[in-house]
Ligand binder design. Sequence first.
Ligand code: PEP
Length: 254
Amino acid sequence: MRTPIIAGNWKMNKTVAEARELVAEMIPFLKDVQGVKTVFCPPAPSLLPIAAMLEGTDIDLGAQNMHWESGGAYTGELAPAMVSEFGEFVILGHSERRAYFGETDETVNKKIRAAQANGLTPIVCVGETLEENKANKTSEVVSRQIKAGLADVSAALVIAYEPIWAIGTGLAATAEIANDTIKTIRAVLAELFGEEDAQKIRILYGGSVKGSNAAEYFSQSDIDGALVGGAALKADDFVKIIYVARAEVMKSNA
Ligand code: PEP
């Protein structure tokens, strides 16, 4: 049984003051939730203040990106040890990083290795464009991203399958299709790490998940939670997603 993860990717939203407000609103509802791992991924300036607010809760913290080098002349970047000082997770290879900041499977691979070497759990994002989807290339694209991105890394990671056309668009992939692609990803993970480890890796779905559609995803066999963008900025919607995940866990334990 894989413990689901619901990670909120706040992207470039919220000042520290706004971030504190959002977290303060959610903590009473999320601090003791059992059976689901909640992760907040705020912008870097909020990592320290939010880490302090999360002390004594079961909520974890993650960064949205980092560099693979341990330090030095890399203006504007975050080193792995700077993230692991406050966080347990780091999102790597998000499609926005790949599209706007030149990230490739090779740089994502370097970042995953650096994250693992620093005790961080990477949330590695993969997913196809609309054109690739229409050309029936989804399996080919995600398999390539997984094989190249995960060369020489350990199985201590989380994958987020995020069809690019479903991110921030309201056009979510159907739960059945997302589940099928996630099964394909798990098969590739089995080739890389063996069946036993592949069964332990959490694979999240991401792309326009909200409280109102979360149950469709979390009731699928292979979807182990969600990476949430827009809805993670709304306290009530994000809390609802986590409660839906918890209800699915309770249902499958019954
Ligand atoms: C994301 O940015 O990872 C994401 C899934 O965004 P949204 O939920 O807004 O589609």
